[in-house]
Each structure stands twice: as structure tokens, then as C-alpha cells.
Write a protein that binds this ligand. Structure first.
Ligand code: S3P
Length: 457
């Protein structure tokens, strides 16, 4: 089991690019495979989760060539679209740790021709995560999908079937559920609507439009018409806001720090963290400098200072669903109380994030009260180094590495392999930030995983 140590760093002064967006990288492979010809994808995130999606489509007969690779894996791929018609995989499709792979793929595979069969498996964490949320609407659409695990969990066995459109009220604000239904809806011959209690990230709808599929949004309701074919086009993936989030919090809570993150996706359904930090008194500027493939892209600039506590609840939550562990760290560093409510979804992420965040913050000396749907953190106490268990959850490992940059003594982050599911290169970057002090040069310029685009910066 790998681990690394973190200790307090000098005020961060750095410019960086983060690797490609995870949600968009998954979808780029899926949509390119559904398209009617070749698509070149640049800026792809070579993380284990996204490579699970690549391997899944390869196993179903899609030709995917690697055009550019880094030490972590491919960042530019050429996908030969198959108009949404795939061949049954010879063995199980291993989705690894990736809920996005399993849930979105379920929608696509449910609409395959009769005779198609696939079995989707996952690692121990994914095998515990709820799949009823996609099984239920897909079954209403006529899907032949069965969970082998207890309580509707993976493995999932899917047989191709003729699907019909639905009008679905989703009980959860989940982009994975919404996307599984929208992708399945492509295989129907009518109009499907999905209504969410609150708006979740909207990459699927934006990307479908980019690939010339018509969708219509009215507040929290999305409509899509079946029978449309995705038109093959090249695609560029922006940097991942959820990866930038770790550095943004690290700098925002550190007086004297200055950070600039370039080429990051600034889609409003993903930038809730910035609004929350601004509410906490952070000095943050967000500049959208272009739109690429339907997504706003730009830079985030942060000047560090003292933060104050806030309340995060209700409609705030879907927008920061992946950032809550690092927001909780910001809360522990802020003056006063930070309250997080309405976030019970966190209990069914890669780990039970309410429990893992609460326990780890307490280990570092913060006072935290745990609620069934969130927590209350008394900020302002000096954090102290501790041995942190990631529980195999990448965002827990990285959030507490950031806490370690602000803590007295040494923080040991254990079980860190999971970081590769979303942010290969994070460990190298954090080492550079800490080492900057020793070299007397505390302005590391950290580059992305994509040498082709680094030269611009
Ligand atoms: C994702 C949606 C979110 C998020 C996950 C990625 C996506 O999950 O937590 O990391 O790519 O659609 P839910 O849809 O379960 O909220």
C-alpha cells in the first residue's frame, strides 16, 4: 500500500494546469464511440477511471488509438465511432472504481440490439454503491438489466432490448442518473424527459449538443429525442475544476499565497466551490477566456488570506458534490463555524465521505459534529499532523494532503494508489510544493500532463 508524507509549506506561489476533466473525459469516449465516424480527443485525462471507460469500449469492438501519451497514459486518442452499435464483450467489463463508467454505460448498453450481452463488474467500493437509481428508470424504459449484488449492487448483467421513451422524475440530483437516461433515450423513437430536484452538472447535454444532438432544458427538466445520431467531430477536454479545487483551497486559506490555474473548465454547474470560498472571504478571480467544444474555459486566480466559516446546504450541494471533502478542510482552517447539510449523497461516494472527513478532521485536532446528512466544523484550531486513512477514496487522500500543507508536524497520507483514479501527478505536484521551501525557490511552475499544450504557458 503506498503512502506519502506532507508537511507545512511556505506560502504557495505557483501557476499550473490541472489534468483533463474526469466527467468530460469519460463522456468524450462514450460519445465518440456513439458517433458516426472518427473523433480525435485531446486533453483526455489518463486516470484509471477514464481508462476503464476506454477499455470498456475497446472490449466492445471500438478502435481507440493513442496518438499522444505521457508517463501516466494517453492524453490524445483517436476513436472510430460505431454509430452506437457495439459487439458483446468476450469477458466481464471491469469498471474498476468508476461509478460514472458503470452508470452511464448501463444506459448505452441497455439500448443495444437483442442478442447483445455484457456483465459490468467493479472493485470493492464500486460493488457497494447503489445501482437501483439507474436500474429503475432504465427498466421503465424496457431495459433488460439485472443486479447480481445484494441490494441492487454490481455486478450488472445487461441484455440489449428495444427501449421506449419515458418521462422521469429523478429522486436524486445526479448527473450520472440523468446521463444514463439521456444516453438510453438515444435508442428510443420518441421524446424522453428527465426532471431533477436540483440541477446537476450538465456536461452530457452540452456535449450531446456539440455532437449535433438536440436537447432542450427548461429549468431542471431536460428533453431529448431518440433516433438522433451523433456527428463525429474532434473534441478538446478542459482541465478539471474538481482537481483544481485542491490547490484553490490550499492557496485561498494561506496568507501570502498566490495561485493561478490555467485552462480549467469553468462550467457553472461545477464552480460552486469558488462561490462558497468567496462567501468565506477568499480573494478569487475567475476569468472565462474562451468556449471550447461547448464548455467555458479559463483561469482561476487566488490570493491567499484568512477565511471565515459559512453554511453549505440545499441547492449548493449538487454543484460541489465532489468538492465537499476539501471544503470541509477549508472550514477547519477558517475562523468560526462551517455547517454542511443536505449532503447525504456523500454517504454513497467512493467512501462514506461524511464519516471519513469527520474522522480525519478529528484526527488532525478539529472539533467536528457529524450529522446524517453533513457535519458542523468548529474552525480556527491549529491543525496537527496525523496518520490519515484515505479509505481508498481519492478525494479524501487529496483533501487531507492539502490539510497537511497547513498543519503542524507531519501528516502521513496512507493508501494513496486511489489518487490515480482521478489525478495522476498529484503526488509529484505536492512534493514540488513542499520542496520549494528547501530549494529557496518557492515559485514552482507546474505543468500539465499534456506536453502539446504546455508550451502556450
Ligand atoms: C459525475 C457525477 C457525480 C460526481 C461524480 C461524477 C459524472 O456523481 O460525484 O464524481 O461524471 O456524472 P452523481 O451523479 O452520483 O452525483
Amino acid at each position: 500500500m503506498s503512502e506519502f508524507k506532507v508537511k507545512r509549506c511556505r506560502p504557495i506561489r505557483m501557476e499550473l494546469r490541472v489534468p483533463g476533466d474526469k466527467s468530460i473525459s469519460h463522456r468524450s469516449i462514450m460519445m465518440a464511440s456513439l458517433a458516426n465516424g472518427p473523433c480525435e480527443i485531446d486533453g483526455f485525462l489518463p486516470s484509471e477511471d477514464c481508462l476503464s471507460t476506454v477499455n470498456a469500449f475497446r472490449a466492445m469492438g471500438v478502435k481507440i488509438d493513442e496518438i499522444n501519451s505521457t508517463k501516466w497514459g494517453p492524453t490524445r486518442l483517436l476513436v472510430e465511432g460505431r454509430r452506437g452499435e457495439f459487439t458483446s464483450p468476450a469477458g466481464d467489463i471491469d469498471c474498476g472504481n468508476s461509478g460514472t463508467t458503470m452508470r452511464l454505460l448501463s444506459g448505452i448498453l441497455a439500448g443495444q440490439k437483442e442478442g447483445f450481452r455484457a456483465r459490468l463488474i467493479g472493485d470493492a467500493s464500486l460493488s457497494k454503491r447503489p445501482m437501483r437509481r439507474v436500474i429503475e428508470p432504465l427498466t421503465l424504459m424496457g431495459a433488460n438489466i439485472r443486479a447480481e449484488g445484494e441490494g441492487d449492487t454490481a455486478p450488472l448483467v445487461i441484455h440489449g432490448a428495444q427501449l421506449k421513451p419515458i418521462d422521469y422524475q429523478s429522486p436524486v440530483a445526479s448527473a450520472q442518473v440523468k446521463s444514463a437516461i439521456m444516453l438510453a433515450a438515444l435508442f428510443t423513437d420518441g421524446k424522453t424527459t428527465v426532471t431533477e430536484p436540483q440541477q446537476s452538472r450538465d456536461h452530457t447535454e452540452r456535449m450531446l449538443q456539440y455532437f449535433r444532438v438536440k436537447t432542450v432544458r427548461q429549468e431542471n427538466q431536460l428533453t431529448i429525442w431518440g433516433g438522433q445520431t451523433l456527428e463525429s467531430r474532434d473534441f478538446e477536454v478542459p482541465g478539471d475544476m474538481s482537481s483544481a479545487a485542491f490547490w484553490v483551497v490550499a492557496a485561498a486559506a494561506m496568507p501570502g499565497a498566490h495561485l493561478c490555474v490555467h485552462n480549467v473548465g469553468l462550467n457553472e454547474s461545477r464552480t460552486g466551490l469558488l462561490k462558497i470560498l468567496i462567501r468565506m472571504g477568499a480573494q478569487i478571480t475567475e476569468v472565462i477566456d474562451h468556449s471550447r467544444c461547448g464548455e467555458p474555459v479559463g483561469r482561476i486566480e487566488v490570493h491567499g488570506g484568512r477565511l471565515r466559516g459559512t453554511t453549505i446546504e440545499g441547492a449548493d450541494i449538487p454543484n460541489v458534490i465532489d468538492e465537499i471533502p476539501v471544503i470541509a478542510v477549508a472550514g477547519a482552517l477558517a475562523e468560526g463555524k462551517t455547517t454542511i447539510r443536505d449532503a447525504k449523497e456523500l454517504r454513497v461516494k467512493e467512501s462514506d465521505r461524511i464519516a471519513t472527513v469527520t474522522n480525519n478532521l478529528r484526527l488532525m485536532g478539529a472539533q467536528v459534529e457529524e450529522f446524517f446528512d453533513g457535519m458542523e466544523i468548529q474552525g480556527g484550531a491549529n491543525l496537527k499532523g496525523a496518520r490519515i486513512e484515505s479509505h481508498g477514496d481519492h478525494r479524501i487522500a487529496m483533501a487531507f494532503a492539502i490539510a497537511g500543507l497547513h498543519a503542524d508536524g507531519e501528516t502521513l497520507i496512507s493508501d494513496t494508489e486511489c489518487i490515480r483514479t482521478s489525478y495522476p501527478g498529484f503526488e509529484d505536484q505536492i512534493r514540488e510544493v513542499i520542496a520549494a521551501k528547501n530549494k529557496g525557490n518557492y515559485t514552482p511552475v507546474i505543468t500539465s500532463l499534456n506536453p502539446a499544450t504546455d508550451k502556450e504557458f
